[in-house]
Design a binder for this molecule. Structure first.
Ligand code: NI
Ligand code: MN
Length: 227
């Protein structure tokens, strides 16, 4: 399994031969100016909620790649009306993508498109097959619902968690979230893109995770991490 950080909450995950892009926000992110959109050919685009900083490049990438969108019912309906293909689900439900099972899980946040269209309830995703299990939290506060994940899903190998604070949980709470989902490998995201989510104490945070037996990866732009 290989994860490539494309800035903000955008991660390209190579999951056992299937390529999944989460929350594409590249063309509007000055920190991602060296990432080129036209090489992105994912099989699926997962969308956690409808905010601009998670959907900006959905249409461009879906059109060039033919990717299938996966998100909540309202977001999928919105894009189906624009001619894109997608698979809807909602909290508590599962979806089967070949040998990969996807579950849409609670996120405490909000969700509206930039044009004002209702974006349904925000969520995160747990996806797994017989070889690996990944949790992508989306924009969320720390929530006790995260404790359900180890009860309902296989053991989580990798958790992708927001750490930027202000609009989501911050790094210290992400450590608790990693505890709640019982995962030791964490990729931090949703930080540094905008002034309110700049993280200044990165070293401290990385140390805090390691003191608690966990690894916090704060990848630089375009960097690939193998798990
Ligand atoms: Ni958001
Ligand atoms: Mn966001």
């Amino acid at each position: 399994m290989k994860a490539t950080y494309l800035g903000h909450a955008c991660i390209l995950l190579e999951f056992d031969g299937t390529s999944i892009l989460f929350d594409p926000f590249i063309s509007g992110n000055p920190l991602a100016k060296d990432i080129t959109l036209d090489q992105l050919m994912p099989d699926y685009i997962f969308i956690s909620h409808a905010h601009q900083d998670h959907i900006l490049d959905v249409e461009t990438i879906a059109k060039q790649s033919g990717a299938t969108l996966v998100s909540n019912f309202e977001i999928i309906t919105y894009y189906q009306e624009k001619g894109l293909k997608g698979l809807p689900l909602n909290h508590g439900g599962h979806l089967q993508l070949g040998n990969i099972t996807v579950k849409y899980v609670t996120a405490i946040h909000s969700s509206v498109f930039p044009d004002g269209t209702y974006g349904g309830n925000p969520g995160g995703f747990v996806l797994w097959n017989s070889r690996a299990c990944v949790y992508f939290a989306g924009d969320t506060a720390l929530t006790m619902d995260m404790k359900l994940i180890p009860m309902l899903c296989p053991s989580v190998d990798l958790a992708i968690l927001p750490i930027g604070d202000t609009f989501t949980m911050g790094g210290q709470e992400a450590l608790l979230a990693a505890d709640f989902v019982q995962c030791n490998q964490v990729i931090g995201c949703h930080f540094d893109t905008f002034a309110p989510i700049v993280v200044n104490n990165k070293e401290e945070l990385i140390n805090l995770f390691s003191e608690n037996g966990k690894t916090l990866h704060l990848p630089t732009m375009g960097r690939q991490i193998e798990f």
